[in-house]
Design a protein around this ligand. Structure first.
Ligand SMILES: *Cc1c(COP(=O)(O)O)cnc(C)c1O
Length: 491
């Protein structure tokens, strides 16, 4: 199976090359030339497998230049008991017709682990498969969650090093501790004086620095990114939708073939797009509900056909969805509208921050997607209501649950899968203040207080944080990043 660009460039590459390269040469995103389809009886077969086998089976359809043995070895390490003690993608009950897919039982307690536990292994093999002799140095600027998930994913992966930059005053105390105590022989974490923009612009400058690339090349190192638009991060996300559907059939919630509505808390449009790909492969998904927070650029887009990023940016209690440019939407435009239109829309987005899709494309998207959003107040009220119903959820999950419960009022009887993307303990302070009138002194206290108030237990990786040794405690200026990269590359 070969991969091509969403913007119509002539280049055709293997899966390994697409994963190594990240972005297509014309600036577009990679997608397979043709999507695979489930055969008659195949879902029943998949339903009998454990999660690592399900993942290897589905990835084998897309990564045809990887052997099944390679994929199974990688999936077993990525999704086995040691990384996901609670199971990789378990389903919780909310009501008879609303189920919750919990994607946060991995090492960093957020759904990014689902992709970042496997993607580094796929990249490491891609380097070998493409004859790459140099070490890939992954640079990440993070405002929190992605950095930690990437560190956990890339630690001790052969052929790769990872260096993460975060703004010293721009992440939470928990996030700082998570990164400062990171284990692994090939990792480094640097705090930057300044805000997230300083860290991100610093990393962008390093990627654009030709002389740096030459110097690193002399040391047999090249720079690479862990971007969420990489196909190696997207493909593994298809798996849990298939897995959840099979589990719901074996649990008796669904009859095989029955349509399932899926509701996803959305930021960059990666997670929900993976659900769409599963549907295109023949998984019986009905409607896809795209749930946004107050940054509801996607809700407006789905309603009007106009994507307009020129709007106020809100900082919300679901920060991983505070996004105004949903990069993976480009892949949907391409699949339903074609490369030529997509290239035009993306050029308009760059030039004017805005584009309007054709009425035809808008109608095609509406065959699959509806949009909804949740205000801050509604998100808090949903956490409160869900807790009253016996389910403790985080702020991102609450955005989706709000949209799902609203949708069900209009479509009584439909079965909905709500995707849960973070442990409530990851956002303990916001969750605690939504279910009680307690205001914790800091986030550490919030974890304790949330345990007592909700009578649940914090996940082990968060509870264990205080006993870990701090390995990285230096703070540097943004102009020192270049030297820090060279030092680390040569270490
Ligand atoms: C990244 C993230 C999202 C958004 O996922 P996309 O694939 O970017 O749409 C939602 N919730 C949490 C907790 C996240 O970390």
């Amino acid at each position: 199976m070969n991969y091509q660009s969403t913007r119509g460039g002539a280049e055709r590459v293997s899966a390994a090359q697409a994963i190594k390269q990240g972005l297509a040469s014309d600036g577009g995103l990679f997608l397979p030339e043709e999507l695979p389809h489930f055969a008659e009886g195949e879902l029943e077969k998949i339903g009998k497998m454990d999660y690592p086998h399900r993942a290897a089976h589905i990835l084998a359809k897309f990564l045809t230049d990887y052997t099944e043995a390679e994929l199974l070895a990688d999936c077993t390490q990525a999704y086995g008991e040691s990384r996901f003690p609670g199971g990789a993608a378990p389903i919780a009950d909310y009501s008879d017709s609303v189920k919750i897919l919990e994607l946060w039982h991995g090492p960093t307690c957020a759904f990014k682990d689902m992709a970042l536990q496997i993607m580094p292994r796929l990249l490491s093999r891609a380097l070998t498969k493409t004859g790459e002799r140099r070490t890939a140095l992954i640079l990440v600027a993070t405002s929190g969650d992605t950095g930690k998930a990437a560190l956990e994913g890339y630690r001790d992966i052969p052929g790769v090093k990872i260096q993460v930059f975060y703004p010293v005053d721009g992440v939470s105390k928990i996030q700082k501790r998570q990164m400062a105590t990171q284990e692994g022989a090939n990792v480094q974490v640097c705090a930057i004086r300044g805000n997230f923009d300083h860290a991100q612009n610093g990393v962008k400058r390093l990627f654009a620095d030709r002389e740096l690339a030459d110097e690193l090349n002399g040391d047999k190192v090249f720079l690479s990114s862990a971007n969420s638009i990489n196909w190696g991060r997207l493909a593994p996300q298809i798996v849990y939708y298939v897995s959840a559907y099979c589990d719901m059939v074996s649990q008796g919630t669904l009859a095989m073939g029955e349509a399932l509505t899926v509701c996803v808390p959305t930021g960059n449009f990666g997670n929900i797009f993976a659900a769409f790909l599963a549907k295109q492969m023949g998984l019986p998904i009905g409607r896809l509900i795209c749930a946004s927070n107050q940054n509801n650029v996607l809700t407006d887009f789905l309603k009007t056909g106009v994507y307009d990023r020129n709007r106020e940016f809100y900082t919300t209690i679901s920060p991983s969805m505070d996004i105004l440019i949903s990069s993976n939407l480009e892949r949907l435009l391409y699949l339903l509208g074609g490369a030529e239109q997509t290239a035009g829309y993306m050029a308009a987005l760059t030039e004017q921050g805005k584009y309007e899709i054709s009425a035809h494309l808008k109608a095609r998207i509406a065959e699959h997607f509806v949009g909804g959003f949740s205000t801050e107040e509604q998100t808090r009220a949903t956490i409160h209501e869900a807790f009253g119903n016996g389910y403790l959820c985080d702020t991102h999950t609450a955005v989706a649950l709000h949209c799902a419960l609203n949708d069900q009022k209009e479509n009584p009887g439909e079965k909905i899968l709500v995707v849960s993307t973070a442990s409530p303990y990851k956002f303990a302070a916001s969750v605690l203040s939504s279910i009680s009138d307690k205001i914790p002194a800091d986030e550490f206290d919030a974890i304790d207080a949330l345990e007592r108030t909700s009578n649940t237990k914090a996940p082990a990786p968060l509870a264990a944080l205080w006993n870990k040794t701090v390995r990285f405690d230096g703070v540097i200026d943004a102009h020192e990043m270049r030297d820090a990269v060279l030092d680390f590359a040569r270490s």
